[in-house]
Design a protein around this ligand. Structure first.
Ligand SMILES: *[C@@H]1O[C@H](CO)[C@@H](O)[C@H](O)[C@H]1NC(C)=O
Ligand SMILES: *[C@@H]1O[C@H](CO)[C@@H](O)[C@H](O)[C@H]1NC(C)=O
Ligand SMILES: *[C@@H]1O[C@H](CO)[C@@H](O)[C@H](O)[C@H]1NC(C)=O
Ligand SMILES: *[C@@H]1O[C@H](CO)[C@@H](O)[C@H](O)[C@H]1NC(C)=O
Length: 410
């Protein structure tokens, strides 16, 4: 068009007398008809594909009756920043790789339709760049179009727990990472009810291959009340068809707090503490090994199997996790006499070998009563009676004792 207008303006300038509007129009029409290459169009496109997917590099010529002699594909990538021919398509030989063969490219166009479309499968980051298809036409010459190929690379996502321990200063709780994405990922934390008890920051690093790693960090003061709170890390970007959400439970880690020993029944005890991660318990006996036949240990539980004075002594429960350990102590005294046993539980908190606190437990009121009665009256006859009265108060293990006592008295 510009050419025609220029020609027309030139003509009118040189021959002003003949330059009426009719002449102008005729000249224009003649010029337009003579350049039918003006209407020829090479149609390409803009391709976005997810890494590993298949790209269609669509390219064809429209509106021409010229003869097509060759289709040439060129590319420019990050590795090869200069346009170079990599594939030629000739009517008889079909597609030919110029240098190395790459079977991921497949010619799916049609030469007779002047269609040069290529398919590229298993697209990798190195394929990203600009692809040019060139149609060698006669008589109009080379016609070309450029097709940018953009890759979408989904990130590797992860949350790393920074294992915060109880404290009063702000620390890093966890980081959420979206590694190696293209374009950069958006990473944020949804902290719900925690509100301003936590703070987040986001950092990103771009690599030479065009990918970006985005890291979002979650900070806060590691208080007990934050322990167990659920939060989420949300990752979004073009590379994902939907938002990815990673749940995370904030854990504040601490060594076992004070160790308590609870009587579960007359002859079994449980060691109780708070710790994160949960404590492991080890029962031991002061100065002696645990009598395998007389006691049963199951995690935090200690059960005395036979109620004999052999068991008398100090027992220790050690609660430990990776952050530390604490002790609780139990003093066992099996009273002689009819009442099967009277326990005095003596819980001593030891931490770093320092006695922290002591607690006394008076266990089984019924038993103390009966013991007192026994002292007053003595004799087996009474024992059974007394036991029966105990049984009415307490249930469960007492029945076994009664049976045992009765067996003994037979
Ligand atoms: C060119 O070929 C591709 C692949 O076969 C096809 O999808 C496309 O419709 C063709 N284009 C034209 C204009 O024929
Ligand atoms: C964030 O980036 C800055 C500098 O770019 C760096 O010093 C800091 O350690 C990064 N923070 C994290 C949490 O990666
Ligand atoms: C891009 O580069 C980074 C850093 O060198 C590397 O870790 C990552 O694997 C690369 N990504 C791809 C898709 O090649
Ligand atoms: C607790 O016990 C488990 C399983 O018995 C063991 O894998 C772990 O290492 C123990 N932890 C400590 C702190 O001893």
């Amino acid at each position: 068009m510009d050419e025609a207008a220029f020609f027309c303006a030139n003509y009118c300038h040189r021959f002003p007398l003949r330059c009426d509007s009719m002449t102008r129009m005729l000249l224009m029409i003649v010029l337009l008809m003579s350049t039918d290459a003006e209407a020829l169009r090479v149609i390409g496109g803009n391709v976005k594909v997810v890494q590993g997917g298949t790209a269609m590099l669509s390219c064809y010529v429209m509106d021409t009756n010229d003869d097509l002699t060759q289709i040439t594909w060129q590319r420019r990538t990050r590795e090869k920043p200069h346009n170079d021919n990599f594939l030629t398509i000739l009517p008889r030989d079909g597609p030919q790789f110029v240098s190395e063969r790459d079977d991921r490219f497949k010619y799916i166009g049609n030469f007779n339709d002047k269609n040069g479309t290529l398919q590229l499968s298993n697209v990798a980051l190195k394929d990203e760049g600009s692809y040019t298809c060139i149609f060698t036409l006669f008589p109009s010459g080379n016609q070309k179009t450029e097709i940018p190929l953009n890759l979408l690379v989904p990130p590797f996502t992860s949350i790393k727990d920074n294992l915060p321990t109880l404290g009063t200063e702000e620390v890093l709780f966890a980081t959420c990472t979206a590694a190696g994405s293209k374009p950069p990922a958006e990473v944020r934390w949804l902290t719900g009810a925690l509100g301003d008890k936590v703070r987040t920051t986001t950092n990103s690093t771009q690599y030479d291959n065009g990918t970006t790693t985005t890291v979002s960090s979650l900070f806060g003061v590691p208080m007990r009340e934050i322990n167990g709170h659920q939060v989420q890390c949300v990752i979004s970007g073009d590379f994902l068809s939907k938002v990815e959400s990673l749940p995370f439970t904030i854990q504040i880690y601490f060594s076992p707090t004070e160790v308590n020993i609870r009587a579960k029944s007359e002859d079994s005890f449980e060691c109780v503490t708070e710790a994160n991660p949960s404590a492991n318990f080890t029962w031991s006996r002061s100065g002696q090994s645990l009598l395998q036949s007389a006691v049963k240990v199951d995690g935090a539980k200690l059960q005395l199997l036979s109620l004999t004075s052999d068991l008398n002594g100090l027992y220790q429960c050690e609660a430990s996790n990776t952050y530390g350990s604490k002790h609780g102590q139990l003093y066992v005294r099996v009273a002689s006499g009819a009442c099967s046993a009277a326990w005095v539980l003596f819980g001593v908190l030891l931490f770093l070998n320092v006695v922290g606190a002591a607690a006394w437990y008076f266990y089984k009121r019924g038993c103390f009563q009966s013991r007192r009665s026994l002292n007053q009256h003595g004799g087996k006859q009474h024992d059974t009676k007394l036991h029966q009265s105990v049984r009415n108060e307490d249930h469960g293990p007492e029945e076994e004792d009664l049976q045992r006592d009765q067996e003994e008295s037979l």
